[in-house]
Design a protein around this ligand. Sequence first.
Ligand code: ATP
Ligand code: MG
Length: 402
Amino acid sequence: MRSVSVPTPVLLAIDSLEWASYEAYLVGGGLRDSLLGMKVEDYDLTTDATPDEMKRVFAGYRFYETGIAHGTLQVIIEGMPLEITTYRSDGIYIDHRHPQEVQFSKSLEEDLARRDFTVNAMAYHPKKGLIDLYQGMEDLKNKCLRSVGDPGQRFHEDALRILRALRLAAKLDFTIEETTSAALTKECHLLDHIANERILKELLGLLRGTAAQRVLNDYMSVLACVIPEIDVQDAPLLAEALSRMDNASYPRLAALFHRIPQELLRSLTRRLRIDKRTAAKVEAVLEGFHETLPTTLPDIRRFTGKYREVLWDIIDLKEATGAPDHLREFREEVQGILERREALSLDELAVDGEDLLQEGIRNGPEIGVVLDKLLDLVYEDPMKNTRWTLLEHARKITESGS
Ligand code: ATP
Ligand code: MG
């Protein structure tokens, strides 16, 4: 296990708080990931200073108060954003998500006790060293996620922890300790209380995690609590497909959703609050995936033009789910089409609507119809994509009135 490398801004923050006679420690995912030798995404600190006291200590720095109701001040030190939170003891939880009220505390022990998993419940001080009240280091070595305290109770308090467990297991390639695992499987119905935005955030973290395949395989029944459209029987298939897709949000979502009937897809992406751009891409991948791959060159050009933005994701998904016989030929044809830079959309034609107007073709829907026909012509024979040939063809089309 690595020693903790604490960056200068974190040291400065701890020093500043201690100068004003408060306590401060590095905690949370930043400490965990640093001990694992992983890239640290954000540093969390904890202190006995109240939010108002923190604001006084960091008066000389830029800070943001967005999390202040929960005791968190985001302070920017030497360009690094640090989340500094007052010690909390969360007391009674309501609605399976929120503590009844945020209670600030003067005790580090209380603050660590409210944290979700042992590997997230350690604290580190550059001079005092590691404070590890729940054998977090042992679990870190064994790559194991274990609830702090009674898992059933902890998931009842805040059901988001169920998805945090899956997301962290996938991200860190950890297993989930047996009683913690049993409790989260048993209590997955509590996820009904969690806002879709929060579900989506954890879901995407899970899908993009290095051990996503294993976690999906083992915990599909938990995911099916939030996405009942998924058939749990499909777990191995979905997990395998996912592992072969590009590691971005939309290909991974497409893999997870690829067995869901098309007509349910739109309401699912809306319900999960997937942003419009991502949802459109997921839908495009799956629409293309459900089409039979064309075999003739003009049809391959048409398909490539229609799905250009997500074409390789469609191919990946076809491949990941039992490639059709001619997938290799299809892939080679597509590569050739792209290398030869053949026209695949209206704006790549050698003429545009303006040119047609000048040729005396009336404005309005007719122009669009003629352009579509010209594109069809070019799909048949890319050599015809010259201004002269297309204008001549456009004239013929309008003269014949067809
Ligand atoms: P990462 O930042 O890599 O997503 P993290 O564990 O740091 O993971 P954060 O949301 O940044 O996650 O939370 C920081 C710390 O706050 C956690 O490590 C954990 O100690 C505590 N924590 C966060 N969410 C919860 C929760 N729902 N219940 C209990 N403790 C939590
Ligand atoms: Mg964090």
